[in-house]
Unconditional design. Structure first.
Length: 294
């Protein structure tokens, strides 16, 4: 088993609480590392867990978990946990794991899950949509689709994501979240293979030549998957196509790093909107042909 066998890696750093008296990682923690990587796998295939499984009426239960130890990890080591789905049976799914320190393979593991009815815990056939999604991910196919359009087309799904993120999670009053501008904006919504809305954003004209991007929201369990960047890229591409020379946005300060990685630069002092600290950020939009979203 080698690193190139895996498409997905979860990176972690060994904490002091995870080492034993021999100053190496206690054997049981490796299974926790693999289980944590499973959450990244669901994110990578665009499946907010557990909502996406509930959509099909089932859930996954661990039937078997095994580890083989080849070498030890120590305090403060940086580890990469590789994960792949190697087989899907009628009601079972087998995941193989490799825990690496750089290129050195420390641990191999296997997790066997059974897809079952959560009410009776009796096994069910793995839904075909889930089978196809996992197979396509392992084959390197894209997991998200971003649609761009008006409020009449995308408003219901954009509203669902924004309500979950801004109103329910961040506590912004609903009357502050919704405004008349929505009907005149261009909206972008990212969907997974099951048609579930995962992230959204909108764009309107700030002043001639300058587009304003706002209401960027990603469902909590999908953050870090790249779906937010896909929405942002779709809006910036739409701005270029409409001839805007610059994009402006008001970034929540905690998300400023995300926008900086997309090429936005902060300007001016921090300010408050809806009780949350923000920074004004801008990016020039040179006209060029669009490429695929990452």
């Amino acid at each position: 088993m080698k690193r190139s066998d895996f498409r997905l890696f979860h990176r972690l750093r060994v904490r002091w609480a995870e080492v034993d008296a021999q100053k190496i990682v206690f054997n049981g923690h490796y299974l926790m590392y693999v289980d944590t990587a499973i959450a990244d796998y669901w994110r990578a295939i665009g499946m907010p867990y557990p909502d996406a499984l509930e959509h099909h009426g089932g859930d996954l239960y661990v039937k078997k978990a095994s580890l083989e130890y080849h070498a030890s990890a120590r305090y403060d080591d940086v580890l990469d946990v590789g994960l792949r789905c190697s087989r899907i049976g009628n009601s079972s799914m087998v995941f193989e794991a490799g825990i690496f320190r750089q290129d050195e393979l420390l641990i191999t593991g296997e997790l066997v899950y059974v897809y079952a009815d959560p009410n009776t815990q009796t096994s069910m056939r793995v839904p075909q949509e889930l089978r196809d999604t996992i197979s396509d991910f392992e084959a390197g196919k894209p997991m998200f689709q971003v649609r761009v359009g008006g409020w009449d087309e995308l408003g219901a799904d954009a509203q669902l994501v924004r309500t979950e993120v801004f109103v329910q999670e961040q506590g912004i009053p609903a009357e502050m979240e919704w405004d008349d501008a929505d009907r005149g904006c261009l909206h972008a919504v990212a969907y997974n293979r099951f048609g579930m809305a995962l992230a959204t954003g909108r764009m309107l004209e700030h002043v001639p030549g300058v587009a304003k991007i706002g209401r960027m929201a990603v469902r909590r369990t999908m953050r870090g998957s790249g779906v937010g960047r896909a929405v942002l890229d779709a809006l910036m591409q739409a701005a270029r196509e409409r001839g805007y020379r610059e994009a402006l946005l008001h970034a929540q300060t905690s998300a400023a790093g995300f926008y900086a990685r997309a090429g936005f630069t902060a300007r001016g002092p921090e300010f408050e909107e809806a009780g949350i600290a923000h920074r004004s950020m801008r990016k020039e939009l040179p006209r060029r042909g669009g490429g695929p979203l990452d």
